[in-house]
Ligand binder design. Structure first.
Ligand code: B12
Length: 259
């Protein structure tokens, strides 16, 4: 009987408490390569709780900033080492035909969370471009244009960056008509108002929708409602009709060129 995710999490956490990065990484990677747990469980039941516990221990003064760095760097090694398993999971699902660029705004160093989100988009059949921490505005615009992406996803962990992020998102929308611009991350847990049109509240639903469309084929996305909507106009039309929830942004499942 393979290890449970709880047992893996405890073993990785114990190794990190001993500052033993090699053992922590080996246990996590072997749990996936042995098939005991899959990548999605490793992320949601092992790595995310482990880093949140690290943050709570730091806030409680039970762990130091250097130990937080050690833990987050060990997690980064694990994430990079299980990437082949992410690509295998991706190969097992139909491609959605959609692409997404993922980045953290300027001065935001917390990109581990977004890195996990990028893998989730990959495993749901999207083409992903991960730019990571502290990405200048103009570089996001240039990349989005050059790569012809359908969506841009920004992550923020520190709420003191949200004012700048608001301007950032509005400028991106103006510069990238027809491209979805979505946000997410821990910073929104404390400041959700004002981000209803932007925040992905339910990533499963968004990825599920795109997945359903890919499986059912183009006729689901294309056709009925779209005909009446031109890029950009769609957004305004819907605002008029009903309050817009970004849980599953409505045109998430329609490739940009089909809008
Ligand atoms: C690791 C860490 C760091 C690392 C970052 C490593 C890296 N490259 O990512 C380092 C050491 C660099 C760092 C620095 C700092 N940090 Co720090 N950091 C943390 C810590 C411990 C863990 C964060 C993490 O990786 N969590 C694990 C990931 C997987 O979870 P996550 O980020 O929540 O992401 C998940 C979801 O939110 C979601 N998600 C994330 N992004 C998105 C985007 C979308 C679109 C969607 C749908 C979902 C989504 O999916 C992820 C997986 O489930 C947190 C504590 C905590 N409780 O989280 C503090 C924390 C985030 N840091 C904090 C602070 C204050 C700082 C510093 C200012 C400290 C300092 N004085 O230097 C600096 C700021 C640097 C900067 N300019 O940004 C505070 C933020 C407080 C606030 N709300 O503003 C926290 C909460 C600690 C605390 N308890 O106060 N930090």
């Amino acid at each position: 009987m393979g290890q449970t995710s709880d047992e893996v999490r405890r073993a990785v956490s114990d190794a990190l408490k001993e500052h033993d990065r090699a053992t922590a990484v080996r246990i996590a990677v072997e749990a996936v390569s042995s098939g005991a747990i899959d990548v999605a469980s490793l992320y949601s039941e092992v790595l995310v709780p482990l880093l949140h516990d690290t943050g709570e221990a730091w806030r409680a003064g039970d762990t130091t900033v250097w130990e937080e760095h050690l833990a987050s760097q060990a997690v980064r090694s694990i994430v990079e080492l299980v990437y082949p398993a992410v690509l295998k999971a991706k190969a097992d699902v139909p491609a959605t035909g959609r692409s997404v660029l993922l980045a953290c705004p300027p001065e935001e160093a917390h990109d581990l969370g977004l890195r996990l989100v990028a893998d989730r988009f990959d495993m749901a059949g999207w083409t992903t471009y991960f730019l990571g921490a502290d990405t200048p505005f103009d570089e996001v615009v240039d990349a989005a244009g050059t790569l012809q992406v359908d969506a841009v996803v920004l992550s923020s962990s520190t709420h003191f960056h949200l004012v700048a992020l608001r301007r950032h998102v509005d400028r991106l929308r103006a510069e990238l008509p027809g491209v979805d611009v979505w946000v997410g991350g821990p910073a929104f847990a404390v400041a959700r108002d004002g981000w209803r049109d932007d925040e992905i509240v339910d990533l499963d639903a968004l990825l599920g929708d795109a997945h359903a469309t890919a499986e059912a084929g183009p006729e689901v996305g294309a056709g009925a409602p779209e005909d009446a909507r031109a890029p950009g106009e769609a957004r305004h039309q819907e605002d008029a009709e009903a309050p817009r929830g970004a849980d599953t942004p409505r045109d998430a499942d329609t490739p940009r060129e089909a809008r």
